[in-house]
Design a protein around this ligand. Structure first.
Ligand code: FAD
Length: 285
């Protein structure tokens, strides 16, 4: 399979990349790791006339700690997140999530910015960055702006990043000592995409949950916050009955979709099972 013909651009700065987006508008597409865009182009589901490759733009990849957050450049590969000592120390669930994406080739090429911008409904990162209350920094012709994760995923494969903007950074608050986090997914046996994935970040103070943050991916058209589960955990001790009751709320607010992976009933069931597993695993930590 070959993609339709396109012109290939290699900007050397974010400004140059933005200028190209401004010049070619709807005919242009940013290229990061290419592991979602190139298959789409080969199937002719995407036919950009201009590809703007971000791989030669310095400063877009890397991980550092700044002001209580991990700052992860958009072009940071899944492998770099998975293997980063800083991520493992400060926000281990993010490394664990990255490690569950696809296979080594996908993880060595695919980027966190590409994954979040693509917003595949079965992608792994979205659940975890919802649970971690991350923020996305984007740059456009009018400068920089920051988007909170709850405002980021708009609908199927659509985010708040404008067509003339570039996602440059993901800012993830460092996990505190009394925060337990986990990401649990039911992977598709071939692609490893999440048929259902649930991430939980729980803060426990005085034996009770003082903060619960739960993200869900896979089951619906976009990743969502599981507000019902969060409410059911708040102020409670993490005993078996509380966890079971909270997990039962996982499908609330999820627009569960039937597809080749399963029926609505099956995915609804999986949501409850994986919410329970994620909460239990977070509670143990
Ligand atoms: C066989 C296979 C298995 C996979 N399994 C999984 C899995 O288990 N879990 C999972 O989560 N993912 C999986 N993926 C997807 C993979 O993680 C991709 O790498 C990811 O979805 C896209 O990242 P990318 O860097 O390759 O982006 P690209 O494919 O280069 O781009 C994707 C889209 O995002 C846009 N874009 C890219 N970067 C930016 C940016 N900085 N700002 C704005 N827009 C941008 C592009 O224009 C394009 O529209 C799999 C992919 C393959 C091929």
């Amino acid at each position: 399979m070959y993609p339709a013909q396109f012109d290939y651009h290699t900007p050397g700065t974010v400004k140059e990349a933005l200028d190209l987006l401004g010049k070619y508008k709807d005919d242009a597409k940013l290229l990061a790791g290419g592991h979602s865009l190139l298959p789409a182009m080969k199937f002719r589901l995407a036919r950009p006339a201009h590809l703007v490759d971000l791989r030669k733009v310095p400063g877009l990849a890397g991980i550092k700690e700044e002001g209580g957050s991990l700052v992860i450049g958009a072009m940071t590969t899944h492998w770099a997140v998975e293997s980063s000592p800083l991520v493992k120390a400060k926000c281990p669930v993010l490394a664990q999530t990255a490690a569950q994406i696809g296979d080594p080739m996908v993880r060595n090429m695919g980027t966190i910015g590409g994954s979040l911008s693509h917003a595949d409904p079965a992608a792994d990162y979205p659940a975890t960055i919802i649970a971690l209350n991350a923020e996305m920094v984007v740059e456009g012709p009018k400068g920089k702006r920051t988007i909170k994760v709850d405002d980021f995923f708009k609908s199927l494969m659509t985010t708040a990043v404008g067509p003339d903007e570039i996602l440059t950074e993901v800012r993830v608050p460092v996990c505190g000592a009394n925060v337990g986090c986990a990401y649990m997914k039911f992977p598709h046996p071939a692609s490893r995409f999440a048929v259902v994935g649930v991430a939980a970040a729980l803060t426990v103070e005085g034996g009770k949950v003082s903060k619960a943050s739960i993200g869900i991916t896979g089951a619906g058209t976009k990743a969502v916050r599981a507000k019902g589960v969060e409410a059911a955990l708040l102020g409670k001790a993490l005993d078996a009955a509380t966890i079971q009751a909270a997990a039962e709320k996982a499908p609330d607010g999820v627009d569960v979709q039937a597809d080749l992976q399963g029926s609505v009933e099956y995915k609804t069931h999986l949501l409850k099972v994986f919410a329970k597993r994620a909460i239990e695993a977070a509670a143990k930590k």
